[in-house]
Design a protein around this ligand. Structure first.
Ligand code: NIG
Ligand code: FE
Length: 417
């Protein structure tokens, strides 16, 4: 079956080098005006002007009239925590009254609060919530989502979370890519002997996760009071020995040299980086680590120090933007919201933002050869937005402009039906 998409005011193809984009390349979106594309069996076979596509389309092709709207590749959200029990709306209110994230965590709330609620939930309940969140991602134009465990913090509960993440793939058109985050916090029952928890991660969790092939990546919350540098190094080296690639939460609340550690360990990504200074940025550059910037978490925590995106782009880093969707520090599944924050708070242009949340995100997840640009041979994962210039996605904010979303050429979302 052939599908012909026609009359996109802008077909934002992101055609370019077959690798993550750096520097000025991040501003080049390869837009086709009044563009269209042909899709066969879920794969893009041709892009071009609407006239060219009309001419090339077989007579029986199904036609999708984009009606002067904008067509982009589906967004790739490279950092999320989408499976969790309950919520933290009480803590949100406490923060509105002046308490800080760190104070709430120190008094037993924070990540541990979600751990309690996640342990109390059945696999079915977590799956139902995960599917609801999958629908939220689609509604924002996102078709691929990296998903972390990390609210179980025991062998059985972490495996439960990873199975839920795996099984979301059969219940939703969104592709979920699993990351093991056992080292998210020390669970309450081991708070007096954190070293024992590190042993559980290294000796019990990692072998089980690897042998059941439940994760592609291993992550850690490298932070004062969570996992210090030396401990983080041990855990991540063990993960590497089990064949897992590394993504790391570093330098979010304090600068502990996390960026340098991610560089030393050859991590694929270093995420957050709010406190990272020039030396850390240089270390990432030398080691080819991709920074994943999460302005939604700075915003939602009511903080003001955003990562130094401009310095990173100027240093030639292949910057990624993601939501960090989670119940504690970033309660948004919306990449367009992140594009807005990136523009206003980090001075990234909408074009740089789009590159960071499509091609660069896909390469950080080893998916760059199959998704994230609209060109021949790529999967037909795309979103149509109800605007005529892609920059409107970052310019208007706080509501979805999504018109419809397609995965492998099939429509999987349309508001109201
Ligand atoms: O990326 N920093 C650690 N992890 C999450 C927060 C998780 C939570 O508060 O539940 C983050 O911000
Ligand atoms: Fe996170």
């Amino acid at each position: 079956m052939t599908l012909a998409v026609l009359h996109a005011a802008q077909l934002v193809t992101l055609t370019g080098p077959q690798r993550a984009r750096v520097g000025a390349e991040m501003s080049e979106l390869s837009i086709i005006k009044d563009g269209g594309m042909l899709i066969r069996d879920g794969v893009i076979t041709q892009t071009g002007s609407s006239a060219e596509i009309e001419q090339a389309a077989p007579p029986d092709a199904e036609r999708i009239d984009a009606g002067g709207r904008v067509v982009l590749p589906g967004f790739i959200d490279a950092h999320t925590h989408p499976v969790f029990g309950g919520n933290r709306v009480e803590e949100f209110q406490m923060r509105a009254r002046g308490a800080s994230y760190e104070e709430i965590a120190a008094s037993g709330g924070g990540i541990r609060s979600t751990v309690g609620q996640t342990r109390a939930a059945t696999e079915q309940e977590l799956r139902a919530k995960g599917l609801k969140h999958a629908q939220w991602f689609l509604q924002c134009g996102t078709t691929t989502v990296e998903a972390k465990s990390g609210y179980g913090l025991s062998v059985a509960e972490e495996l439960k979370m990873l199975r839920v993440i795996r099984d979301l793939n059969s219940g939703s058109p969104v592709e979920f890519i699993p990351t093991f985050l056992g080292a998210h916090a020390v669970p309450p029952e081991l708070s007096n002997e954190p070293e024992r928890y590190v042993d559980v991660i290294i000796n019990d969790m990692l072998p089980a996760v690897a042998s059941e092939r439940l994760a592609e990546y291993c992550d850690i919350f490298c932070e004062r009071g969570y996992f210090e540098t030396a401990t983080s190094r041990r855990i991540m080296q063990a993960a590497t020995a089990h064949g897992l690639k590394l993504r790391m939460h570093v330098d979010q609340l304090t600068n502990s040299g996390g960026a340098a550690l991610a560089a030393e360990l050859g991590a694929v990504t270093a995420d957050h980086l709010e406190q990272t200074e020039s030396d850390g940025i240089q270390a990432l550059q030398r080691a080819g680590v991709q920074p994943v910037l999460l302005p939604g978490s700075v915003y939602a925590l009511g903080k003001t120090r955003y990562p130094r995106a401009r310095e990173m782009i100027e240093a030639g880093l292949a910057v990624v933007l993601a939501t960090d969707f989670n119940p504690g520090s970033s309660q948004t599944p919306s990449i367009p919201m992140v594009l807005s924050l990136a523009a206003t708070q980090m001075k990234m242009t909408p074009a740089e933002g789009v590159t960071a949340a499509t091609v660069n995100a896909a390469y950080s997840l080893s998916r760059g050869d199959s998704i994230a640009s609209l060109e021949q041979g790529k999967l037909a994962n795309f979103a149509i937005f109800d605007c005529s210039d892609y920059r409107e996605l970052a310019y208007y904010f706080g509501f979805p402009q999504t018109h419809s979303v397609y995965v492998r050429g099939e429509r999987v979302f349309q508001p109201g039906g």
